[in-house]
Design a protein around this ligand. Sequence first.
Ligand code: PLP
Length: 425
Amino acid sequence: MGFDIQPELLALARNVEDGLGEVFRAIDSNARAWGEKLLWTFSKARVSEAAFRGSCGYGYGDMGREILDKVYSLAFDCESALVRHNFVSGTHALSVALFGVLRPGDVLLSVAGQPYDTLTQVIGIGEGEKLEGICAGSLRDFGVEYRQIDLTADGKLDFEAIKAQAKSAKVVYLQRSRGYSLRPAITIEEIKALNECVKAINPEAILMVDNCYGEFVENMEPSAVGADLIIGSLIKNPGGGLAETGGYIAGKKSLVELASYRLTAIGMGSEVGCTLNQTRYMLQGFFMAPEVTANALKTAAFARGLFRALGYRCLPEEGEKVSDIITVLVLENEKALCAFCKGIQKGAPVDSFLTPEPWDMPGYDSKVIMAAGAFTAGASIELSADGPIRPPYAAWIQGGLTFPTGRMGILLAAQEMLDSGLLQI
Ligand SMILES: *Cc1c(COP(=O)(O)O)cnc(C)c1O
């Protein structure tokens, strides 16, 4: 009974874990602070059993919906929040926020290079249906100008370039997480400095942060250091593995209101929208989220420790401040990447018997391999790994609802590489 992990690999894993005591203590102490804050938040927002009842139809006067918004805004230190199951994904929530606040003639300035792949079509700089050369229905199609400032060679915000362009921007847009790139995540400290830099030049600018994968990783969110809007997905960190779908937009009241007009209709905003039976999952998931995020962070730290010991380059680098749940393992060849993903799939609680194969995913110029076996389809707060089949053959891994299962997933991935003769101990 049980998984077959080679004794040498188990010994190495024990060694790696022995060295992670301090890292794990820091993760636990951050989760504890968030847990205490959330408990206070739930009490302050007067979460009650009646809030779980949900609604159908228009959803007028849905008390649970209002309480959920209140819980998020208190936890994230901001005026207002719009937390809804009918955001179909993080991209949808980001799109609603962008279309909610930008007007024809405005400038959208991205300050950490090109945003996440799925947003390029929203902005109008990606592939997709074109009308006279412009993505139909995109921000560009509506007359919003897009400008971009890349990170410096060492992955930092380019403050000189930002100073030069901040004046003309309506929205200064920042993606906090590394996403599918090799650049570092942007830390809360850097976001604070960015806010100060931008507002000194242009107090009217809206600092909008794509907060996907960042929630609960540090001791506060970007909204606590001046970000005017933060946006994320509920099948990532803040759903705690329980939310079945959804997203959130949180920040300044007037801006959240504008976004709510885009989600529903002008004049209705956040006052309508039935919650069906989702409110309890969303509230309980949020309550669990700091602990679940801590498990994902421990899984990530263990993966980096183990694969560093096996001789691979792993990101975030040793000693680098962690500000999202993503880890990149640079596996250097196709076979290693495929074996790794195969092992991760074996360690999933759902669909463990499937074998992931590289496939041509729409919007990518090379094949992509993905391993995921999740209770919630596509939820990447659950252990998952993927990577494009091209140099440097890196696996992006994230999630892990519990550390014991996340750890075993990583061990099975390493064991699969050993079994395929791609690794020796
Ligand atoms: C996940 C993610 C998004 C949104 O992706 P969806 O798959 O639409 O939820 C946007 N930005 C970043 C950095 C992400 O990680």
